[in-house]
Design a protein around this ligand. Sequence first.
Ligand SMILES: Cc1cc2nc3c(=O)[nH]c(=O)nc-3n(C[C@H](O)[C@H](O)[C@H](O)COP(=O)(O)OP(=O)(O)OC[C@H]3O[C@@H](n4cnc5c(N)ncnc54)[C@H](O)[C@@H]3O)c2cc1C
Length: 417
Amino acid sequence: MTRRHDRSLNAVVIVGASLAGYRTAQALREFGFRGSLHLVGEEPHLPYNRPPLSKHYLARTSDESSIWLATLLELDALDLALALGRTAVNVDLCARYVELDDGERLAYDALVIATGARPRLIAGLTETSRPPSVHTLRTIEDGRRLSDVLLPRPDGRPTDVTVVGSGFIGSEVASTSLGLGAHVTLIDSGEAPMSAVLHSEMGHVLACRHRQAGINLRSNATVREIMVDSAADGGISTEVRLANGESLAADAVVVGVGVTPTTGWLQASGLQLDDGLVCDETLQAHEGVFAAGDVTRWGPPGERGRRLEHWTNAVAQAEHVAHNIMAGPDATPFDNIPYYWSDQFGFRLEVVGEPPAGCDLDFVWGTPQAASLVALYRKGNDVLGVVAIDARHQMVAVRRAVRGASSWASALDAIAW
Ligand SMILES: Cc1cc2nc3c(=O)[nH]c(=O)nc-3n(C[C@H](O)[C@H](O)[C@H](O)COP(=O)(O)OP(=O)(O)OC[C@H]3O[C@@H](n4cnc5c(N)ncnc54)[C@H](O)[C@@H]3O)c2cc1C
């Protein structure tokens, strides 16, 4: 691909050396960019995959090498200036440079912001005031720490784990903890896990599966506070206090109540921030400044746009940003039907599309009680998404059809259930 632009493109700086940042670098080289390429990452590690952190990495059924996105050799082949363990602290949009924590300035012709998101905590706790028995899960270090406490205790007693938040990560942590022999309580502020995102009927399907697996699922429960004290045996006792006055004792508490996009370092930059970095449809936040992955809020000018926190979205946006950097004035809108998955309690949940609130759910293959099922999200006659449990062949067909079709309706016509 040859770059078409009136401004020369010699230097690209990418901030965030994880999935979206690494994939952007890789795609830029694939598309023929031969200039200087900086990849700056706050974490000291080579780029790695986060999904295993709540699955086989947490369960210790695979070793650390399985989570790297690239080997050193593969990174070398990209001819990157790799700055790991370094934090970007500001951007000067006029002079076009990124400033790092040690004062170094990296000049750019194009800048890609791929700084992802960080876990939220519950009210009253901050990253610095968080007691050691209260966990979040985003990094390798979080995964290691949590994995250590999930194993049965030296006296053989199972670990009591309370997971706050029954979204994708909370449910996966609950599932993996159970697999490691822990007693697991899952606190869900809604009527059923993931019902706000996947529809209440799907939420109830999942609630049944959680309970059948052995999770103590507490629906419509809100955490008031988490109290930590010294225990009689010299250890730490942790109590999760619910709004209804109940107290739950735990050896470990995992907070999985969502994430906040990492945009604090951009506060003084003049870029527009609104629960993410605001970009137009081409994923551009400002002339020469692009965003990819969990940090990105994109949409047409004047609209609030949307932000997604899924692996495939980060990859697709990274590739699109690389394409648009090379395309210059011929940049195209990012238009991708979302797909994501979650592995929990021995089954795979897959979703294609973005089901809006208030849509109907129509089971077209299997039933809510069946081991495998496929259901469509509909509003009137329009199909807006597909959700499936353990229906990999059907979902491969759905994704293939969606990629090749002009509309949902024609995509679904191509599939025989
Ligand atoms: C435990 C877990 C399980 C998941 N499972 C699934 C799944 O099953 N399916 C699915 O679709 N998705 C899953 N996801 C979501 C998926 O991993 C994310 O969507 C993806 O990691 C987003 O990639 P990203 O590069 O945008 O952001 P991130 O992965 O968050 O990376 C951002 C990087 O930028 C760095 N950074 C931040 N600020 C700065 C700065 N100022 N300077 C330099 N570097 C900075 C951060 O340290 C980080 O390394 C999971 C996520 C987690 C945490």
